[in-house]
Design a protein around this ligand. Structure first.
Ligand code: TYD
Length: 141
């Protein structure tokens, strides 16, 4: 695994508050989650050999946490690619706007929770990798 690309994505280690009863992790807007949370969704019951995501967002920050099980993210900012395994409820993956992501290798028990800083907006999606690359290079060249 290469270096995390700090501007496009970043791993956040969440605190686990454990005692003899078990564990608890808290998520708070603009504290351990670096934006005001407007939406939460979760992906579960994913069938074997399924690849999800395959898109980027024009203007959306997200944090993904595998609250149960594990899955792998492929992240791509148009210049660098990195695979990150989410396998702990204390491992949060922050993704900035204009990050291409694909999710795969879901364990049968995987519950992938995603926090977002905007409500759902289909027009914010870039679903073609070629369009994504074109937009990245148009903005930065
Ligand atoms: P989709 O974007 O295909 O999921 P992924 O990219 O993670 O594989 O979303 C599946 C369906 O759920 C699609 O019809 C859009 C809908 N949806 C919402 O209504 N609200 C949401 O917040 C999200 C993420 C998806």
């Amino acid at each position: 695994m290469g270096q995390t690309n700090a501007s496009s994505w970043q791993l956040i280690e969440l605190q686990s508050m454990g005692d003899e009863r078990g564990c608890l992790t808290a998520l708070e807007s603009e504290k351990n989650i670096p934006f005001a949370i407007q939406r939460v969704y979760y992906i579960y019951g994913t069938l074997p050999n399924i690849r999800r995501g395959l898109h980027a967002h024009r203007d959306l920050q997200q944090v993904a946490i595998c609250v149960a099980g594990n899955c792998t993210f492929l992240l791509d900012d148009g210049y660098h690619r990195q695979e990150i395994v989410l396998d702990s409820p204390t491992k949060a993956l922050y993704m900035n706007s204009m990050t291409w992501r694909e999710m795969f290798d879901f364990s049968h028990d995987c519950v992938l929770m995603v926090l977002a800083n905007h409500h759902y907006d289909e027009s914010d999606y870039i679903r073609s990798y070629e369009d994504f690359r074109r937009l990245v290079y148009a903005n930065y060249s």
